[in-house]
Design a protein around this ligand. Structure first.
Ligand code: CP
Ligand code: NVA
Length: 313
């Protein structure tokens, strides 16, 4: 049974087929096969969402399935029923689970104890659906008509801002999986949680990544400048301190200009213009933020179709 809890749940040899399927599903939207026909996929969300919720609901529907959105507080999980019992019960009813929560261990437990595919739709630790859709967005441009995944190899991504957040962690795993270089710039004291180092240890992670406190150093020779909000969901009480220490890491036109000529600007969204990025950069021709958002749909459909196939008896 295949799950998608972290980038490395797909091996390098599987990426070509996955990205190719995303491209096909995008090109044939409205007239492709429906591999989730007759299935219901539940979506348990403990945090807010626009892109992830809508792209999964629409994606499940377009693959022929029925999306069942469950706010954590509307089900017994929100009143203390265990993850283990929730996993066992939902496995009797539905064919797949899409989960957005705080503690990464919850998605791991749902996958370990349930008997249906589980997709991580964002935890405090990782946001793998985002990085795969982002990588597909870049591959569409760089690998036009040809080798999508191969077009990523050797490219450099610079992540600037909250270098310890879920999207930054995911890009460390993603960059190494895709054969890209990654440099992260942010203030000291906001490193990844210890769980991330433990995960890298369990993965036997031998890949490279650089940290610096100089955003201009990070973006040098970068093909992509990426940022995320400074205050992730669940960190709201640290807002004032985060804005204070992360202000030097805003993506401005000057910072983007210090990357490679033609470098793309990316942001997972939602954005806070005037904090982590200026409105000018968000609106610039180098910004591909809405292509990233759209590709959430196509890549997640490819992921669900692949997982559904692996779950067939
Ligand atoms: N990028 C992303 O996951 O957006 P949402 O929080 O709106 O789902
Ligand atoms: N790092 C952000 C990503 C939102 C899509 C958060 O966790 O809130």
């Amino acid at each position: 049974m295949k799950h998608f809890l972290k980038e490395t749940d797909f091996g390098p040899s599987e990426l070509g087929a996955l990205f190719g399927l995303a491209r096909e599903l995008k090109a044939k939207r409205g007239r492709h096969a429906t591999p989730l026909a007759g299935q219901t996929w539940a979506m348990i969300f403990s945090k807010s969402s626009t892109r992830t919720r809508v792209s999964f609901e629409v994606g499940i529907h377009e693959l022929g399935g029925n999306p069942l959105f469950l706010n954590k507080n509307d089900i017994q999980l929100g009143r203390g029923e265990t993850i283990a019992d929730t996993a066992r019960v939902l496995s009797r009813f539905v064919h797949g689970l899409v989960v957005r929560t705080f503690d990464h261990d919850e998605v791991q437990q749902l996958a370990d104890i349930g008997t249906i595919p589980v997709i991580n739709a964002l935890t405090d630790l990782l946001h793998p659906c985002q990085t795969f859709a982002d990588a597909f967005t870049l591959a569409e441009r760089w690998g036009r008509g040809g080798d999508l995944v191969g077009s990523l190899r050797g490219r450099k991504i610079a992540f600037v801002g909250d270098r310890g957040c879920n999207v930054a962690n995911s890009w460390i795993l993603g960059a190494n999986l895709f054969g890209m270089k990654i440099s992260l710039a942010g203030p000291t004291g906001f490193d990844a949680a210890p769980e991330f180092d433990q995960l890298l240890g369990r993965e036997g992670f031998a890949g490279g990544y650089q940290f610096t406190t100089d955003p201009f150093e990070a973006v040098r020779d970068a093909d992509v400048v990426y940022t995320d909000v400074w205050v992730s969901m669940g960190k709201e009480e640290e807002t004032a301190e985060r804005i204070r220490v992360m202000s030097p890491f805003a993506v401005t036109p000057a910072l983007l200009a210090a990357a490679k000529p033609g470098a793309f600007f990316m942001h997972c969204l939602p954005a806070h213009a005037g904090q982590e990025v200026t409105q000018e950069v968000l609106d610039s021709p180098r910004s591909i933020i809405f292509d990233q958002a759209e590709n959430r749909l196509h890549m997640q459909k490819a992921i669900m179709a692949t997982l559904a196939l692996s779950a067939r008896p």
